[in-house]
Design a protein around this ligand. Structure first.
Ligand code: PMP
Length: 351
């Protein structure tokens, strides 16, 4: 830290993204929940066309992309905001809807960035522990006295709440905002987007990084009632109005036009997840009930860290977390059938 760094950030511990190895060819990369499939043909085509026009600024309103998203999700364009990844929008939400009197409220085991966003925005936060089996008790979030952030499915556990359970949380927080982070919703859980028409205190965020194979393009969005979107736009327009570049906007539109491609890929990932879970269980692993494109697994015979390290030596990268409650677990992204076969073969060897 330099002597010039503002004291307002003296407690800030930045988010640590999963490893992105320099020499990718050495590894089967199952550590950051990316898709193993390329972006859709139209996403690639539209992006290639858009690069030719990048002497111009991108559309700060993302008009065409928002119209395409509104069409896809059955809402109005005024109910949609786009971001540079959904992280961008989550950060706007911490900034717009949390302050000294309104803490952020989230689980002890969830997306690690929530805590960092709270620290960065210098807002207080209240942590609610998951139950022993890593599930959320919805009642823990009733009358939360703060802005609630729930990843559904949760990360890194993959466990999902039902829409009915989330609706109860929303109903029991008439004076609080509930943000549902649906980064992984396309892999088998049900979305709360339809509830945004019914409740003025709900924000749903989603991303193109997982099911739509566009992690490197950085595109996320939120759906909510018009007033909440206006507030998020006030923060966005006060920081970076051109937050989504034109190549990414074009890729996003292409991906939405190729919806069938995404549906097929999600189906494959779900099937591969189920097959891999069976194999892992045969090897003695204990798993959570994941609805995401990753598996959260521990083994009674070997520490999580040892499994992570030995797999890495064999060229398979998975994600290990140090937090005490989950240190025995690893998060394994679901890749192709071939990648998962290599993983299982290596695990058999290690164990
Ligand atoms: N929410 C959750 C739960 C995530 O795991 C991630 C991915 N790290 C994000 C949001 C952010 O994804 P992105 O910024 O790529 O849209």
């Amino acid at each position: 830290m330099s002597k010039f760094f503002s004291l307002k950030f003296d407690r800030l511990i930045p988010y640590v993204p999963g490893e992105q190895p320099k020499d990718m060819s050495r590894f089967i990369k199952l550590n950051t929940n990316e898709s193993p499939f390329s972006p859709s043909p139209k996403a690639q085509k539209y992006a290639a066309e858009a690069i030719e026009k990048t002497m111009l600024y991108s559309d700060p309103e993302c008009c065409k992309l928002r119209a395409a998203l509104a069409d896809r999700y059955g809402v109005g364009a005024e109910n949609v905001i786009c971001g540079n990844g959904s992280d961008d929008i989550l950060n706007f939400a911490f900034s717009a809807f949390c302050d000294g009197k309104t803490p952020a409220v989230f689980a002890d085991i969830t997306y690690g960035f929530y805590k960092v966003f709270a620290e960065y925005n210098r807002v207080p936060y209240r942590i609610i522990p998951l139950k022993d089996d890593f599930t959320i008790d919805p009642a823990d979030y009733y009358n939360a006295k703060g802005t609630v952030f729930i990843a559904n499915p949760n990360a890194p556990t993959g466990i999902a709440l039902s829409v009915e359970e989330i609706e109860k949380i929303i109903q029991n927080n008439p004076d609080n905002i509930v943000v549902i982070d649906e980064a992984y919703v396309d892999f088998g859980a049900r979305s709360c987007v339809p509830l945004t028409k019914k409740y003025g205190n709900l924000i749903v965020t989603q991303t193109f990084s997982k099911s739509r194979s566009l992690a490197g393009a950085r595109l996320g969005f939120a759906i909510a009632n018009k007033e909440l979107i206006t507030d998020l736009n006030t923060v966005r327009n006060s920081t970076n109005p051109y937050n989504v570049n034109s190549v990414t906007q074009a890729a996003g539109i292409g991906s939405l036009e190729d919806q069938e491609y995404t549906n097929e890929n999600c189906k494959k990932i779900i099937e591969t997840r189920q097959k891999t879970e069976e194999e892992l269980k045969k090897l003695g692993f204990v798993l959570t009930n994941s609805y995401a494109n990753f598996i959260f697994a521990s083994h009674p015979g070997k520490s999580g860290e040892a499994i992570y390290k030995e797999l890495k030596e064999k060229g398979v990268l998975i994600r290990h977390f140090d937090a005490p409650r989950i240190k025995d677990y690893n998060r394994i992204t679901v890749g192709t059938d071939g990648q998962m076969k290599a993983l299982i073969d290596d695990l058999r060897c290690i164990l």
